[in-house]
Each structure stands twice: as C-alpha cells, then as structure tokens.
Design a protein around this ligand. Sequence first.
Ligand SMILES: Cc1ncc(COP(=O)(O)O)c(C=O)c1O
Length: 402
Amino acid sequence: MSVADLLAEHGSPLWLANIDVVRDRYRAFAAAWRAEWPDVDIAYSHKANRLPAILRALAEKGAGHQVACEAEYCLARTVAEADGRSIVVQGPAKPPALLDRAAADGALVIVDSLAELRRVATAGVTRVGVRVCLPGVGHGTSHFGVPMSEVQMAPRHAAGLGLRIEALAVHLVSAGFDRPMAEIGRLASALVVKWPQPPERFATAARMLAGLAGRMGVPVIDVGGGFPPAPQEGMYARAVAGAIGGAGFEGRVLVEPGRALVAEAVDLACTVTAIKRLPDRRRCIVLDAGTNLLPGTLFAWTEIEAAGSEEPPGEPAVVTGPLCTNVDVLHTAAPLPPLVEGDAVVVRGVGAYQQSQSTQFGDMRPAVVCRDDGHWRLCSRRETLEDLLASDLGVDVPQAVR
Ligand SMILES: Cc1ncc(COP(=O)(O)O)c(C=O)c1O
C-alpha cells in the first residue's frame, strides 16, 4: 500500500510504525550483546516510544521494561503483560503510587540519591540499585545519580534499611550542554545532541561501574541506554564487555536501549498544505504536521522525502508546520523535488522521543498504522473531539460535532 493510499484511508498526518523493523532491531541488539557477554538482560526504555504495538512486540521477543513513571509501569504490566521482576524503575521523581506497585511486584528500583533509599525501603521495595554520577563521563553535572563521593556509603546505608544493593547504573545522556549550565542564559541556546557517544565513552563508564561493583559487592551493572541501532550495536557491546571483563566483573549486565530499537521504525506521513515564496525568495513548503508532533526537530533537522516520487531534489525548501509559532520549522533547506499542494511527504526515522513527546498544541493527534508481518493495519485511530473533552467535567459534546 502506498503512503498516499494510507493517508487517503486514515487521514493526514499519519504515523507509520513498522513493527517488523522493531522486531528486527531487537533481535540484532540482543544477539550482539549475548555474543559478547554470557549474562545480559535487556529492558526496553518506554520513554522512547510507548506505542502499545511496539511494547507488545518487544515483550513477545523477551524484552524487559525500563519505566520512569506510573503510566509506563502500568503499560508494562497490562499491555506487555510483564512480570514485575522484568521491570526496572528509573527516574528522578518516583511518585509513591509507582513505588507501591514496584514493591508489590518485585521490580528493580534504581535510586538517584541515598535519601531515596529510605523512601523506597519505606514503600516496601526489596530490589534496589543505585545510579552513579560518574565524573568525566557523560555531560558533566546533572541532577541524575549519586555522586562518587557518596556512592561507597550506599551498601551500609542500604543494610541499615534491610536492603542489599543489587545493581549500579549509569546512563550516558544523549542530549547535553555545550557549556557549563551556570553560564547558560537559556537552556535551548546551549543544547547539543551528540548521539551516539563513541563506544570508548561507554567502555570508560562501564569500566568505572564494574570497578565500583567489585569493591561494593554488587552483582549487576546497568549500562543504561544511548546505544546506536544496527549495524553498530555489536561494536558497543564489544567495547563494554571488554571493559568490564578487563575490570574483573563477572556478574549480570543490564542494558536499557530506547532509540536503538525504535528510532528508524517509525515515519510520519503528512500532506503539503501550501507552497509559497518567503520574502527572501526561498521556496517554503507548509505541512499539516510540525514540531507539535516532532518536537525533536528543535534539536536536529528531520529527514524529509516526497512520498513515492522518483524525481531528483530540486531547489532546497524551508519546510514548516501548521503551528502559529516561528519555531515550527522541520527543515531550513530540505532537498525535495518540486511539490504541489496535496502531495504526500514522509518524515523518516522519527520513532524515538517524537511521538512520545508530541503535544496537543495543534490539531487532533494522528492515527497510527502499523506494519506487521508485511501488512499495514490501523492500530490507533485519530483522536476525536470526544477524546479531547474526555477529562473535562461538564461539557456535553453536541451530536453535530462528533
Ligand atoms: C535511565 C534511562 N535508560 C535508558 C534510556 C534510553 O536511552 P536511549 O533512547 O538513548 O537508548 C533513557 C533515556 O533517556 C534513560 O533515561
């Protein structure tokens, strides 16, 4: 089925989620890590994309779940039918209801401070890990993790609460700052996306974590996410395995891939709604989808193609979305062929941190079609006015606008 056909049937814009690609990416990722280390658990990081069809497909392949909030936790338990022990809870603010669920199900909870150990113990959590803020790895100071100066105290602290530290964790965040935070006037002016970080950086972090785990008697190291997709995953697994093996670590490795599994699996199909010349004579193409659906565009330009067109790229185009804001720009010079109003356009590889961070700033949210075993099917319908008003108390949607 062509993109134009899918748009005609399900409306525009439209998410195109290729579940076959998600399965492939998981298979390759898991095989690469298991070839390098004998004991590896993989917990998919829901925040990258929590589309139920993706969660179900990954769970069927054996993936665990890394969740950061109660909604993700509940999706893991219900949609993906996850055993609580395959869930890793990580995030800077864990509400009591999330900790209660983790305690009841035996999920692993990674704390970000020693004080949080008391909070999780009080909630009845029995499996705990500690996220470590490794010096010189990642992007400098952040609010994540326990500083190295404190982390050695964690086992004693935990023992006093009747807990044993099961895991040490790190996550090399992929978006950082290019100058110290204190010098930044506005965050966006200094944000950089450096993804993926080179394998040596992961190796350095893993080596430090393995050394600490050895000294603290911790059996699991959690190397977080930030990994690239196939075909590079093997190189990263090898670098990490070499580093931790060299540091004498013999325990379990937990990996939390997000974008590696989903980034390339989802595209956004949309429609050209206007073509115009800007005052500086540049070609401008206005689409019915913008940064409301693709907020990641604020950090990196998207890859945009004319759907089904064989024509070579013409004059570079400024591509904008439908929002009444000057930052609603998807590309400043997209290499697109000549286009007319109504043409279908596809924004490629937007499966990670786009759909999951998209907002209701703009029109109703699009439907999602999934490609499963080679066939496209509707897996989430377009939002309706009733959905928009579902949480509003006291408004009856007139029949006429349903
Ligand atoms: C703790 C943790 N693990 C894993 C991930 C997944 O990262 P990525 O999508 O870059 O693989 C994230 C994302 O922010 C995270 O916060």
